[in-house]
Design a binder for this molecule. Structure first.
Ligand SMILES: NC(=O)C1=CN([C@@H]2O[C@H](COP(=O)(O)OP(=O)(O)OC[C@H]3O[C@@H](n4cnc5c(N)ncnc54)[C@H](O)[C@@H]3O)[C@@H](O)[C@H]2O)C=CC1
Length: 293
């Protein structure tokens, strides 16, 4: 109910002011979807600023057609997200959540946890996307003694590849069957929307762990829920959903072995400070020249 109230409040305030606004600042966490209709009604709009990374909640072709600048705070919370991904990998690999549930519910059933708990050492971890967050994750995984793979449109330079200790996989479909853990680190675009469907998931190892802090809509929602139910996916964790806020009946809330949360991986206090301190200069650089005229 709290979520519904705050959604309604955001929508009402946005509708009230959109006709006057020159700058619209939105976040990917609790997005005000910037539709073509809202862009049309925002007659004074000049800048759509995403306070975070990932502007897929904005209808980009409509923004471009209206001549608007769309900007985001690149790099602002990348450490927060990479650390969170590492946490979710460990939480799922070690089967931590049922153990915690036992602790708070008065149970003591070691076998009930241990039968599906593994070490991360020696496992193959592949990231789909090795941009800012993907590279930070690979750096953090290196000391765990994993076999590290990455797939991206672009290969990182040889020196960095060696430093990361990760092997490039040009063909995603060739990488997926090798991975015990798959982490998504690419943007939601027309190309990646629904990319991880039933067929793609079937190419992965039975018992794979998937961590997706990139965007919910990169996955086929029902295919993920079905594969968790069948056990093909042994664990699915992340903080991104489609749509957001996720409705109560969203199947990922109820699928087995999930380590889902609301969209919080980039909103640590450090991530928030970094986002806001980088956002102000972004606004200032656009408007200071006008103000000084
Ligand atoms: N959950 C959260 O709080 C946050 C989520 N994100 C999400 O993570 C995504 C990645 O963030 P960054 O690493 O900062 O972005 P980035 O732009 O530095 O890296 C993205 C990488 O994905 C690659 N890529 C793009 N399309 C691809 C495709 N079709 N196939 C393979 N690789 C492809 C790019 O070449 C690039 O290397 C963002 O787009 C955003 O959606 C970002 C920050 C916070």
């Amino acid at each position: 109910q709290k979520t519904n109230q705050s959604c309604t409040l955001i929508a009402t305030e946005l509708e009230k002011h959109i006709a006057d606004a020159h700058v619209l600042i939105t976040t990917p966490f609790h997005p005000a979807y910037v539709s073509a209709d809202r862009i049309r009604r925002g007659k004074n709009l000049e800048l759509l600023l995403t306070a975070g990374i990932g502007s897929d909640h904005i209808e980009l072709p409509a923004a471009a057609a209206a001549g608007l600048t769309v900007a985001e705070v690149t790099g602002s919370n990348t450490v927060s997200v990479a650390e969170d991904q590492l946490m979710r990998i460990l939480v799922l690999m070690r089967n931590f959540l049922p153990g915690h549930h036992q602790a708070i519910s008065g149970e003591w059933d070691l076998a009930g946890i241990a039968h599906r708990a593994y070490d991360l050492e020696g496992k193959t971890v592949g990231t789909v996307g090795a941009g800012r967050i993907g590279k930070l994750l690979l750096q953090r995984l290196k000391p765990f003694g994993c076999n590290l793979l990455y797939h991206d449109r672009l290969r990182v330079d040889a020196a960095l590849e060696e430093e990361l200790g990760a092997a490039f996989e040009e063909d995603l479909d060739a990488m997926l069957p090798k991975c015990d853990v798959v982490v998504l680190n690419m943007p939601l675009t027309e190309k990646t929307k629904g990319m991880f469907n039933k067929e793609k998931i079937a190419k992965m190892k039975k018992g794979v762990i998937i961590v997706n802090n990139a965007r919910g809509a990169i996955m086929d929602t029902q295919a993920v829920a079905d594969a968790c139910k069948s056990g093909h996916i042994a664990g699915y964790g992340g903080d991104v959903w489609y749509p957001q806020p996720a409705p109560k009946e969203h199947p990922w809330r109820y699928m087995p072995n999930n380590a889902m949360t609301p969209h919080i991986s980039g909103t640590t206090i450090d991530g928030q400070v970094s986002r806001t301190t980088q956002q102000a200069p972004s606004l200032a650089s656009r408007y200071a020249p006008l103000a000084n005229r």
